[in-house]
Ligand binder design. Structure first.
Ligand code: SF4
Length: 223
């Protein structure tokens, strides 16, 4: 029930005029390769196992990816890197994530983002990030088994830390770097990774092996 209520709120949110205009514009105009798609064109809620011990936080839906398919990391290049890695690590039942009805299921993992509407050039501004952060806070509160948060990229890393500070958690100084890990007695561990965007994977900044190492490390933390 709490999930349903939260999802209804997310799906009807229009708090950020620039992002609402962009997500709907993209959904109307479409990309030539996806002309026969009925684009989602709305905000996205998280996706995965409500009993997850691992929550993975990304940046925002891609305009012609999740904003088209209606599910986080589905139908875009980031998903084509992340979901196979989740499959290799045992969190996903299949390596592909193409559309909402492709049969993908996550076990012990939950996927979400700091911003839920596709931003122009993949760059949400500070106000938009602040507007959307309460939805992430509420999703995290609904994950009772949460033990590890994996932040994909600096914006997700900083957004999660901001959320902790808003909850009056004493957040120590932490620098974003790939593979960094921060633990505390009272909070889920925070692990940082480069975002699996095409920009990072095409340049070799993030490789499959590096992502596998991140999930192996998380696996050790969860045993
Ligand atoms: S980005 Fe978040 S806060 Fe802004 S309109 Fe979309 S769902 Fe609402």
């Amino acid at each position: 029930m709490k999930w349903d209520n939260l999802y209804k709120e997310i799906l009807t949110c229009r708090r950020c005029p620039r992002l609402v205009a962009w997500r709907e514009h993209v959904a109307r105009e479409k990309r030539r390769a996806y002309m026969d798609w009925d684009y989602w064109g709305k905000p996205l809620h998280g996706f995965g196992d409500p009993q997850a011990r691992l929550c993975i936080i990304g940046l925002a839906p891609a305009a012609h990816g999740a904003n088209r398919t209606g599910r986080m990391f589905s139908g875009d290049s980031s998903g084509r890197t992340l979901i196979p890695a989740l499959h290799r690590a045992g969190y996903a039942n299949q390596p592909n994530s193409d559309h909402r009805n492709d049969g993908l299921r996550l076990k012990d993992a939950f996927l979400t983002a700091v911003v839920r509407c596709a931003p122009p050039k993949n760059r949400p501004n500070g106000e938009e990030q602040a507007n959307c952060l309460p939805f992430l806070a509420r999703e995290l509160q609904l994950l009772p088994s949460l033990r590890v948060v994996l932040a994909l990229g600096k914006i997700a890393f900083d957004g999660y830390r901001r959320l902790l500070r808003q909850r009056h958690v004493d957040v120590p100084d932490m620098a974003f770097s790939h593979g960094a890990c921060y633990t505390s007695q009272s909070l889920p561990a925070l692990v940082a990774s480069y975002h699996p965007s095409r920009q990072n994977t095409n340049t070799g900044r993030l490789t499959d092996a590096m992502l596998d190492e991140v999930f192996e490390r998380i696996g050790r933390m969860l045993t």
